[in-house]
Design a protein around this ligand. Structure first.
Ligand code: FES
Length: 252
């Protein structure tokens, strides 16, 4: 039977029986001869950054890159086991035991480490990234991408002047842009006659359904656009039979 403060009875082990190891340890970084205190609850990466020691972390510390890796020069026995994420990378890259990911590792004793990626160029890159106030090189997002281009534009445009082609393209882009925006998407880029739109940047609910809805509406708008071209230029982008076969393959 165990008692808290001599008054409360409990079947569980006491929170502190006075035999725990010290909660704060020393982390020595050989480059620059820095020594900082590190708590058992914090990773190397967090501790380094909190102490304003530059340290690369391209994925933002989620165990998806190798830029934060360090070499443990002494105190490997005090380091936590590799996490699942770290193990995956370590196996893939055949890393020796002494090479560890700074964002994944915690310690319960004093260690001496060497950062592996931090030459002058790395440092400049790191500084540039922190100036941009970005914690990482990028962010992993779940987005839906809609990409479309115009079938048959090249032969169609060969019969027209450059100005007409630009005029037609601008008209086409403006129609399709409206459809994309009205379905909650954003045009990310125009590449020649192609449009790259992204759904889910601001609002992720039903982003894929909204993208499909936009694509179907774009086909309807394309019907009208074809009619417009036939009236204005006596030409169509693709032949009637091709157009019907494209639409039937899409089930519209
Ligand atoms: S910062 Fe990417 S794995 Fe540590």
């Amino acid at each position: 039977m165990v008692c808290f403060s001599g008054s409360k009875k409990s079947a569980n082990a006491p929170f502190c029986d006075g035999t725990h190891s010290k909660l704060v340890n020393r982390m020595e970084i050989v480059q620059g001869n820095k020594v900082v205190e590190i708590s058992q609850a914090k990773s190397f990466l967090t501790t380094a950054l909190r102490n304003e020691i530059p340290h690369l972390s391209a994925c933002g510390g989620i165990g998806k890159c190798t830029t934060c890796r360090v070499e443990i020069l002494s105190g490997l026995e005090f380091c936590s086991e590799r996490t699942e994420e770290e193990s995956k990378l370590a196996n893939k890259l055949s890393m020796p035991d002494s090479i560890r990911m700074a964002c994944q590792i915690k310690i319960n004793g004093d260690v001496k480490i060497k950062r592996l990626l931090l030459d002058k160029r790395d440092l400049t890159l790191n500084n540039e990234l922190s100036k941009k106030k970005e914690g990482t090189v990028g962010t992993i997002r779940n987005l839906t991408i809609l990409f479309c281009d115009i079938k048959g534009l090249t032969p169609f445009s060969e019969s027209l002047s450059v100005y007409d082609v630009i005029f037609i393209l601008n008209r086409y882009f403006s129609i399709m842009r409206e459809v994309i925006i009205s379905n909650g998407g954003e045009v990310n880029n125009y590449i020649g006659d192609a449009i790259l739109a992204i759904f889910g940047l601001k609002e992720s609910r039903q982003q894929t359904i909204r993208a499909i809805k936009a694509a179907l509406q774009m086909l309807i708008e394309m019907d009208n656009f074809q009619k417009y071209l036939e009236e204005a230029y006596d030409e169509s982008l693709i032949s009637e039979s091709e157009f019907i076969s494209v639409k039937s393959s899409l089930g519209t």
